[in-house]
Write a protein that binds this ligand. Structure first.
Ligand code: RM4
Ligand code: MN
Ligand code: MN
Length: 413
């Protein structure tokens, strides 16, 4: 939804007496909500202890595009597919025309481009932060290739996550590595096209267990500012310590104009990559509230936030899990959109704590499913996407055709 339209609709919401005004507001809010799905969410994945393969898992980029198209057909909210260069474009830039062809065939656009700086043997001691200059250069050249691929595909965002770090105290110079990273990201930024962005993801630990080179949002924020004006912070909801207040981080990033986007997932312990809202939907609600509040206050950032899913569907069916996630995201986004922020502001101002919290909590508990259903019906989409998936027989069909159940297909690809 355009910023102005959203604000207009928000004003309407504060005076929403009638059901039809609520419905109209909800339709607009849902029209404006798009979420990107990850190619790796359709592939066989697992834990470091093993993998349970699924017959319907995708092993080729063509299959990932087909699955993404099915999710978009059912939900109407996922027009783009995030790609990982090494898993999806192993031939690099020369694979781009084939991806363009898949875009046309399946009606799905390539979304954010993810460099892969964590799988090659050379990266044992780091990629952009490796003490070896030759390995740093190799990593940088992969990052530049990823930017070129994004340009060829018309993708706006390059989202960077690195596994770099160390496992034991005293074994690496933390500050030298900061310097190498700053330099590499400045160079990468200089190669961005006019409309491209560099999103910098952080994560406190794993695979490194003593220090991680980009461990939190402060480090991402610093690096983004050093890199240049089109670098932003990427918040993966699973990449925080347990007690951390993620919505406060989001509020700060909104306030300072540094929020680039999200990798949504849920977790109970660490980077569990469980499906969104499965453990703590209230947290996602609080995050969306900050975003809606910033939009209501006229912050010109709403349209620049990339909503992306980054999950690993080890046990749930891949496509089922993806559809369930998109539906959940829409519901929570809408609940947060429906907070009466005019009234909430007054209660906050008067420090009416219980009334403010009850208003906030009340919006979370509101059952918005009749509204999401009305939106689907109005937009010619299946009223119940999960039921429609089951009725379609898609998963059984691709399971028969692909028959990947017997092969322990390699991770993610
Ligand atoms: C990381 C992070 C990245 C993802 C890799 C595979 O934990 O979330 O976004 O690309 O996993
Ligand atoms: Mn992520
Ligand atoms: Mn992660």
């Amino acid at each position: 939804m355009q910023q102005e339209e959203f604000q207009e609709a928000s004003k309407g919401k504060n005076m929403m007496q009638s059901e039809s005004a609520v419905q109209e507001f909800a339709l607009k809010a849902l029209d404006g909500f798009r979420i990107e799905i990850p190619s790796w969410g359709f592939a066989n994945t697992g834990t470091r202890f093993g993998k349970f393969v699924q017959a319907a898992a995708a092993t080729t980029i063509e299959e990932k595009f087909a699955d993404a198209a099915e999710v978009n057909r059912l939900t109407g909210a996922t027009p783009t597919l995030a790609l990982h260069v090494q898993w999806d474009l192993p031939g690099g830039l020369k694979d781009a025309p084939a991806v363009r062809e898949l875009e046309r065939k399946h009606g799905i656009r390539a979304g954010s481009i993810n460099p892969n700086l964590f799988q090659d043997q050379e990266y044992k001691y780091g990629s952009l932060c490796n003490p070896s200059q030759a390995i740093r250069e190799r990593a940088l050249s992969h990052l530049l290739d990823s930017i070129a691929i994004a340009k060829a595909l018309g993708s706006r965002d390059i989202s960077l996550w690195m596994a770099d770090g160390s496992n034991y105290p005293g074994t690496q110079s933390i500050r030298k590595r900061i310097g190498w990273l700053e330099e590499a990201l400045r160079t990468a930024h200089a190669h961005l096209g006019a409309n491209q962005r560099l999103l910098i993801e952080y994560k406190p630990f794993e695979p490194a267990f003593y220090h991680t080179d980009i461990a939190d949002w402060g480090m991402s924020n610093h690096l983004a500012r050093q890199a240049g004006p089109r670098a932003r912070v990427l918040v993966d909801t699973g990449h925080h310590y347990n007690a951390q207040n993620i919505e406060q981080i989001v509020a700060w990033l909104l306030h300072t104009g540094m929020l680039g986007g999200f990798h949504f997932n849920d977790r109970r312990y660490a980077d569990d990559d469980l499906t969104l809202g499965s453990i703590d939907p209230y947290q996602i609600f609080r995050i969306f509230h900050e975003i809606h509040a910033a939009a209501d206050d006229g912050l010109k950032t709403e349209m620049d936030i990339a909503y992306m899913i980054d999950q690993s569907h080890n046990l749930k069916g891949k496509i089922e899990a993806m559809v369930q996630t998109v539906v959940t995201a829409q519901e929570i986004y809408l609940k947060a959109a429906l907070v009466d922020r005019g009234k909430l502001g007054e209660l906050q101002q008067r420090c009416e704590l219980v009334a403010a919290e009850e208003l906030f909590r009340g919006a979370f508990w509101r059952d918005v499913r009749p509204l999401t259903r009305a939106w689907r019906e109005a937009r010619g989409l299946p009223a119940d996407p999960l039921a429609a998936l089951q009725e379609s027989g898609y998963v059984e069909r691709i399971g028969r055709e692909r028959g990947n159940g017997g092969s322990a297909a390699s991770s993610f690809a």
